[in-house]
Structure formats: structure tokens, C-alpha cells
Design a protein around this ligand. Structure first.
Ligand SMILES: Cc1cc2nc3c(=O)[nH]c(=O)nc-3n(C[C@H](O)[C@H](O)[C@H](O)COP(=O)(O)O)c2cc1C
Length: 332
């Protein structure tokens, strides 16, 4: 049985990728995941704000990055709170490349064009097989339109894709007015792949202390549905690779993401909850499903449930929405 898949031009032994997370902070944790069968690993993100702080400090030779960063803004973590400072990030990447056989994908996280994107060149130099550029942003300024925010994102993507030779995947949010068009624009800007979707961090309110409670909740399988829908909608229109991230917890979820059009499927929460052996279980479940359904390779069923055969996807979506609402009746 052939589980190989092409993701960002990298030939992966199967579609399982460890998503951006703390797993790659530790070479031995990453090695265990490799032994459990995963085909690639994404490092945690290096943030625009971290890189900016370091570059400012280097330019003025005045302060340590820690001092300069503390002054930048009090909202952000202090320089020392980040798990990997930029220089350490490069060393960690080199170590991972020295120890692992699977591809290592570095992650940059930011959305405004600027000097920080030059760091992509350093990541390439340190041996990254690809870069995942996470455009995480919440546009809270009412004077900024969606078009303006997206223009900044596209310029950021172009500045990274034009400065490196390694492939660049872009991790986006689902909350664009027209995600399908934005996906095409990202492809034009040089992205080799799209990672769907960022989970937007959603703080709760503590009604006793009247404080905002920042909480990191691991994902639920229901979150996969939004990813499946957009993979199915955009995959017929794109030539770039697609990765699903968010809500993959079982081999059934893995199969669904591939049926919707994903070339690779990223895992984080399920591995944090159950450890590396879960990757082996998911792969066994995938193989079992393929054998039960007579598939010899991933390519035979990838995208089989996307919208390529649907003559009017928008009407199809609205029709299903209406049918679903009509299915509820109150019986007395
Ligand atoms: C502890 C933790 C750390 C994470 N760090 C990053 C990060 O640095 N950069 C990033 O793009 N995503 C990060 N993520 C998001 C994951 O890569 C992934 O997109 C998200 O958890 C959804 O996938 P899942 O349902 O498999 O958990 C992190 C998630 C967790 C749980």
C-alpha cells in the first residue's frame, strides 16, 4: 500500500505531520514521533515581535534584546518568556536537522510586511526543509478594511516567498469574506501550500474577578468540519498543496480530510493528549480503511469528496443549509 504524498514538493512517507507546537523543542520528543511514523514536523512559531525586538537591539547596539523588548509594549510576553529566542531557534533547527530523517518545517508568525521577514533566509540557511508562515491576526481597528488587511498579508507572503528557495506554506484563518479568492491570491503570491485553519484564540471572561481569562483549550473533533468544508471548496481550484490543521483526533478524521482534498494532515492536540503512539494508531486506521475500500494509494481518493463535480457549489451550500433548518420540527 502506498501512503506517500507530495506536500510542498516534499515527498512524505505518509500524510501525518506534527503541527506547530512545543514537540520540536525537544529533539528526543521529535525522534519518538518520527519512530511512531509521522512524516514531517513543524516547529513552534518564531514571532514577528520577537524578531523585530532583536533586530532593533542589534541596530542600535544599545540594549540587550530583553531590555529593548520590555519597552516595546507591555502586552507582549517579555523577551525571556518566549521558549525559543531567534538565535536559539536556529540552533534548535540545526539540531533537529542533524538528528531527524523526516523533513523539518520552520514556522514564522506575523502579518505585517517588515524587516522581520528577512529571518526566512536564516531559517533556510539553518536547514529548514520548508517554512510555514502563519498570518495570525485579528483586525480590531474599525478603520481597516478586509482588503487592506489582506493586502498587508499578501505583501508579507511575497517578501518571504521571494527571498528563499525552499517552499513556503501559509497558515490562515477561516475568517476572510471570500477565503477561496484569498487562497488564489496567496498562490499567486508564491505560496506552495496553504494550512487550513488557524484556531483563533478565544479568551473567556471571569464574571467574578471581571478579568479576561486567557486559556489554551485543546481542540475538539467538531472543529474539523470547518476545515473539511473549505478544503472541499477550494481544492478543485488550486495547484498548491493543502494541509488540514484543527480537530483531527481519529483515523476517520484523517480519511475525511484527505477525501476533502488535503495532501497532509497536521496533529497537535491528539498527540499532546495521547502521546506519539497515537500517530501509529492513526496510520494503522488509515491503512485499514484504505484496504476495506480497495484503495492502494492516497492519490486514488484524495479530493474524492471535494466540490469538483458540483456544478454550483454556492447553491449546493445554501440548499443544504435550508434543508438542515427544515429538518427540525416541534412535536407536542
Ligand atoms: C501548546 C500549543 C502550541 C502551539 N503553538 C503554535 C505555534 O507556535 N505556531 C502555530 O502556528 N500554531 C501553534 N499551535 C496551533 C497548532 O499548530 C494547531 O494548528 C492547532 O492546535 C490545531 O490543531 P489540533 O486540533 O491538532 O490541535 C499550537 C497549539 C498548541 C496546543
Amino acid at each position: 500500500m502506498n501512503l506517500t504524498t507530495d506536500y510542498l514538493g516534499l515527498k512524505l512517507r505518509n500524510p501525518l505531520v506534527v503541527g506547530a507546537s512545543p514537540f520540536a523543542d525537544d529533539v528526543s520528543a521529535a525522534s519518538k514521533l518520527q519512530d511512531a511514523g509521522v512524516a514531517a514536523i513543524v516547529m513552534r512559531s518564531l514571532f514577528e515581535e520577537q524578531i523585530d525586538a532583536e533586530q532593533r537591539a542589534l541596530t542600535y547596539h544599545l540594549e540587550t534584546p530583553a531590555e529593548s523588548y520590555a519597552e516595546a509594549t507591555s502586552f507582549f510576553p517579555s523577551y525571556d518568556e518566549y521558549q525559543l529566542a531567534p538565535e536559539l531557534y536556529l540552533r534548535q533547527l540545526e539540531q533537529l536537522k542533524g538528528q531527524l530523517k523526516i523533513p523539518v518545517i520552520a514556522s514564522l508568525n506575523g502579518c505585517r510586511p517588515g524587516g522581520w521577514t528577512d529571518y526566512a533566509v536564516k531559517l533556510e540557511g539553518a536547514g529548514a526543509d520548508a517554512i510555514e508562515l502563519n498570518l495570525y491576526q485579528l483586525v480590531t481597528n474599525p478603520d481597516v478594511s478586509g482588503d487592506e488587511a489582506e493586502a498587508d498579508m499578501l505583501e508579507t507572503v511575497r517578501s518571504v516567498t521571494t527571498s528563499v528557495r525552499i517552499p513556503v506554506a501559509v497558515k490562515i484563518s477561516a475568517f476572510h469574506s471570500a477565503p477561496a479568492k484569498f487562497a488564489l491570491l496567496l498562490q499567486e503570491a508564491g505560496a506552495c501550500g496553504l494550512v487550513l485553519f488557524n484556531r483563533l484564540y478565544q479568551p473567556d471572561i471571569d464574571i467574578e474577578k471581571l478579568e479576561v481569562e486567557p486559556k489554551l483549550k485543546l481542540s475538539e473533533p467538531s472543529e474539523l468540519l470547518l476545515r473539511l468544508r473549505w478544503l472541499a471548496i477550494i481544492s478543485p481550484h488550486l495547484r498548491v498543496s493543502l494541509a488540514a490543521t484543527g480537530g483531527v483526533h481519529s483515523s476517520e478524521d484523517l480519511v475525511k480530510a484527505i477525501l476533502a482534498g488535503a495532501h497532509s494532515v497536521q496533529l497537535v492536540s491528539v498527540l499532546l493528549q495521547h502521546g506519539p503512539r497515537m500517530a501509529t494508531k492513526l496510520l494503522e486506521g488509515l491503512q485499514q480503511w484504505m484496504s476495506d475500500h480497495g484503495y492502494e494509494s492516497i492519490e486514488e481518493f484524495r479530493g474524492a469528496m471535494n466540490h469538483s463535480r458540483c456544478p454550483d457549489p454556492a447553491a449546493f451550500e445554501r440548499a443544504n443549509y435550508q434543508r438542515m433548518l427544515q429538518s427540525w420540527q416541534i412535536t407536542s
